[in-house]
Design a protein around this ligand. Structure first.
Ligand SMILES: Cc1cc2nc3c(=O)[nH]c(=O)nc-3n(C[C@H](O)[C@H](O)[C@H](O)COP(=O)(O)OP(=O)(O)OC[C@H]3O[C@@H](n4cnc5c(N)ncnc54)[C@H](O)[C@@H]3O)c2cc1C
Length: 306
């Protein structure tokens, strides 16, 4: 029954400096936070044919459970689980982040899944990734360079390489995440279409965030994730939104959809179903922005469209 299973070596550092020492000594350790994706993944340690020689469990590192906020930002340790994140943050976090967490559904998963884990899974990529990128969140990353651990705050978008793949250096550790608190002038939309768990290859996650100024947009940011293919974000695509004047008619909407499809086609090969889901998302965004443009006086009074 246990053929093919090696006896696991589990390290349990209590501080980040202990983590650094352990990680330096281990040859190819597997970082384990909630374990929700590891336990459901294929070929995971302690299977002999996995790529790892040991586990580094993060659950005893108290520094990774911190949570603090001020008027502008909320900062969470990487071991805060998604359930607590949505609970602590329900009055301050942008609604698209709360929607993404709530869309996972069952609390048995969200109570186990951590923020750091959600940002690190390479395939299938979670919905937390496009949402954090669209929100311009930043991430504290610890990684080894020339045999020493370095600490850097990076934009969440820098977790993605030029091929749209999550790319964290070997033995790299996400320790904290900062996200702006909910802001009345920000409009956001989140898309989860498909099932992450049952058919990730057909699923689409989308996150769109923008400031609305009367009938124009500024700082529009669209991020699209095809969980088994990659994550797409582009300044050129965002600039198309920033150049539009709302309301736009059907022709404007069709040409917007065509441009976005062309951007995606230049980077990824996705299924016709995913393309259709993506088009539905753009239609939804345009519909809401048209509505705002037509009822703009309420918006000017400070009503939130998130
Ligand atoms: C049944 C089920 C349904 C799900 N449905 C959804 C869904 O609808 N939408 C969605 O977005 N997600 C969904 N998920 C995915 C879920 O969000 C992830 O499994 C979870 O976020 C992973 O967090 P974790 O703490 O359990 O990570 P782990 O499983 O512990 O780790 C995940 C990966 O990240 C690495 N890692 C972990 N922490 C760090 C860190 N701090 N720094 C660097 N690397 C790290 C690990 O080495 C591993 O490679 C589902 C998962 C399951 C099991």
């Amino acid at each position: 029954m246990y053929e093919g299973v090696s006896s696991p070596i589990i390290h349990r550092p209590k501080t980040l400096s202990e983590f650094a020492q352990t990680s330096q000594k281990a040859t190819s350790p597997l970082i384990w936070s909630g374990g929700s994706s590891i336990m459901t993944g294929k070929n995971t340690y302690p299977l002999i044919n996995s790529n790892f020689d040991s586990i580094i469990y993060l659950g005893d590192i108290k520094e990774l459970e911190d949570f603090q906020r001020n008027d502008r930002i909320a900062e969470f340790g990487a071991m805060v689980n998604l359930y607590d994140l949505a609970n602590y943050g329900k009055n301050v976090l942008p609604s698209i982040l709360l929607e993404a967490i709530n869309s996972i559904g069952v609390s048995i998963i969200t109570k186990r899944a951590t923020l750091g884990g959600a940002l690190s899974i390479v395939n299938p990529v979670t919905s937390i990734v496009p949402v954090m990128i669209a929100l311009n969140a930043s991430v504290e990353l610890r990684y080894m360079k020339k045999k020493r651990f370095k600490n850097h705050w990076i934009q969440a978008s820098q977790l993605i390489d030029k091929n749209g793949q999550i790319s964290i250096p070997p033995k790299g550790l996400i320790t904290k995440v900062r996200v702006g608190v909910s802001d009345m002038s920000t409009f956001g939309k989140f898309l989860k279409a498909g099932s992450y768990n049952r058919s990730p290859e057909e699923t689409v996650f989308g996150a769109f965030v923008t400031h609305v100024n009367q009938n124009t947009l500024s700082q529009a940011h669209l991020v699209l994730t095809f969980p088994t293919v990659g994550t797409y974000t582009s300044r050129d695509m965002d600039n198309i939104f920033n150049s539009l004047k709302f309301p736009i008619g059907k022709d404007g909407e069709s040409s917007l959809i065509k441009s976005i499809s062309t951007f995606i086609d230049s980077s990824f090969s996705i299924l016709p179903l995913q393309k259709a889901l993506l088009e539905g998302f753009i239609e939804d965004i345009v519909g809401s922005l048209n509505e705002i443009a037509l009822t703009e006086p309420n918006y000017a009074k400070g009503e939130s469209y998130e």
